[in-house]
Write a new protein. Structure first.
Length: 204
């Protein structure tokens, strides 16, 4: 089962587990770097939880979600229809003040993450800001339910960002699992600012 298939078949289960999680402690690290009426790309918007929260704060939000079934649930929840695209299909150009990639880039294989970071940098305006979060760990694996995950240590992801050359680090956060008390692996998150460099994208 591919990652897209998982969210098609388990859309309601995933929506119910994530739509009402409280991320209020994380939002300020990202939103405080944006203009009050800024444009946000919610990249891998899932249930629409964060799209809804940002819109309620007055931001102009474009959400992107490749799963058709999950996007339909998110549309009913937020009143806004997500664009159906994968990260590799993104073709925005200097349109957003911020990119929110919460627990979504972890589904990107590591050999593709350089290209995806370039696509997200392209989507940002000069000095735009990106939030990206991952499960902390090493390597890659496909779980029993068929989902693919890429795990990062803080230093590993920092090396990727440096090699990519499009972002500077503003903040680093370590948080705990919010969906299950049985899962104790920590999460890591980075707040990055787009710099003026525009290196050629890495090969897939």
């Amino acid at each position: 089962m591919s990652i897209e298939d998982y969210y098609e078949y388990h859309a309601r289960e995933y929506f119910d587990a994530t739509a009402f999680l409280n991320l209020e402690n994380l939002y300020p690290f990202f939103l405080n770097e944006l203009p009050s009426d800024g444009r946000i790309l919610d990249a891998g918007s899932g249930s629409g939880r964060d799209t809804k929260a940002f819109r309620e704060r007055g931001f102009d939000v474009t959400s992107v979600e490749p799963s058709e079934a999950l996007a339909r649930l998110a549309e009913r929840f937020t009143g806004q229809s997500p664009i159906r695209r994968t990260f590799l299909d993104l073709d925005f150009n200097c349109e957003f003040d911020g990119v929110w990639a919460c627990a979504s880039l972890l589904h990107v294989p590591k050999h593709q993450i350089g290209v995806v970071l370039h696509r997200l940098a392209d989507a940002l305006k000069p000095e735009g800001v990106m939030f990206a979060s991952f499960k902390e760990g090493r390597g890659e694996r496909t779980t029993e339910d068929g989902r693919f995950f890429a795990y990062y240590s803080p230093n590993e992801f920092r090396k990727i960002v440096r090699a990519n050359g499009r972002f500077d680090e503003l903040a680093f956060l370590r948080t705990s699992e919010m969906r299950s008390l049985k899962q104790t692996a920590p999460w890591i998150a980075f707040v990055l600012r787009k710099n003026d460099c525009d290196n050629a994208p890495d090969q897939i």
